[in-house]
Design a protein around this ligand. Structure first.
Ligand code: KIV
Length: 261
């Protein structure tokens, strides 16, 4: 497996037990901001179906759209790795999974991510030298609801088994979405790759949030694990647009200094 120097640096961060910071981005300006803020990795998540396309779920996102957004995101980053999501049906079988992964890598990704542990998928992608991030717990592409996963013993045991299997297959990292703190902690101490939590408690190797959620860009979209403490950027944008609209209506914009002579 040939890891990019960017991805190698991310893995070294895990080896040094530094907390890893991952944020989603879907285009060049978001990537630029995420990198300037000091994140360790950008995820071009298929969450873009919800936060960019206004869909109710990620299920309708296509491979073409993921390639397009990965390409835009890659233009905005300089030195941190990009993981691109394989959307639903782009990894229905090992051959399709490999072809889809190659397209995302050609668009600028350093690795790909898929949900769950479908038979043969990780092996097929990894055998071609393409690094893979796993994703367990809540699997939004196929989920009927967005409740916590792994609360009962059998489901928790299955998630832990899948985590070990993906590690053994050679994945470099694993997203754990919406699982109890205790399961996030136990998997993190059991496996030897970085766990990146979202709603998985504080004891994973790192954390990921969706760009739009962290910045409160979309009114009414608020999960339990989204912090309330930071600037509500959505409100700042709305107020700025509103102030400009008021100035246009009052006739105070454009002023003389904003006009050509
Ligand atoms: O699509 C996405 O943004 C994700 C994160 C929520 C982990 O998979």
């Amino acid at each position: 497996m040939v890891l990019s120097a960017r991805l190698q640096a991310f893995i070294e961060g895990y080896d040094a037990r530094r907390k890893l910071v991952v944020v989603t981005a879907y285009d060049s300006w978001q990537a630029r901001l995420v990198e300037l803020a000091g994140a360790d990795l950008i995820l071009v998540g298929d969450s873009l179906g919800m936060v960019e396309q206004g869909r109710d779920s990620t299920a309708g996102v296509t491979l073409d759209q993921m390639v397009y957004h990965t390409r835009m995101t890659a233009r905005g980053r300089h030195s941190i790795p990009i993981v691109a999501d394989l959307p639903l049906h782009s990894y229905d079988d090992p051959v399709t999974a490999l072809e889809s992964s190659k397209l995302l890598m050609a668009a600028g990704a350093d690795a790909v991510k898929f949900e769950g542990n479908p038979p043969g998928i990780a092996d097929a992608i990894l055998a071609a030298g393409i690094p893979v991030m796993g994703h367990l717990g809540l699997l939004p592409q196929t989920a009927a609801d967005y409740k916590v996963r792994g609360k009962d013993l059998a489901e928790a045991a299955q998630i832990a088994l899948d985590a070990q299997a993906l590690t053994d297959a050679g994945c470099f990292s694993l997203v754990l979405e919406c699982v109890p703190l205790s399961l996030g902690r136990d998997i993190t101490s059991a496996i030897k790759i970085a766990t990146i939590g979202i709603g998985a408690g504080p004891e994973t190797s790192g954390q990921v949030l969706v760009f739009h959620d962290l910045l409160h860009l979309i009114e009414g979209r608020k999960a339990k694990f989204v912090p309330d403490a930071y600037t509500k950027v959505g409100t700042v944008i709305r107020d700025t647009l509103g102030a400009w609209a008021a100035d246009v209506r009052k006739g105070t914009y454009p002023s003389d200094s904003e006009s050509y002579h």
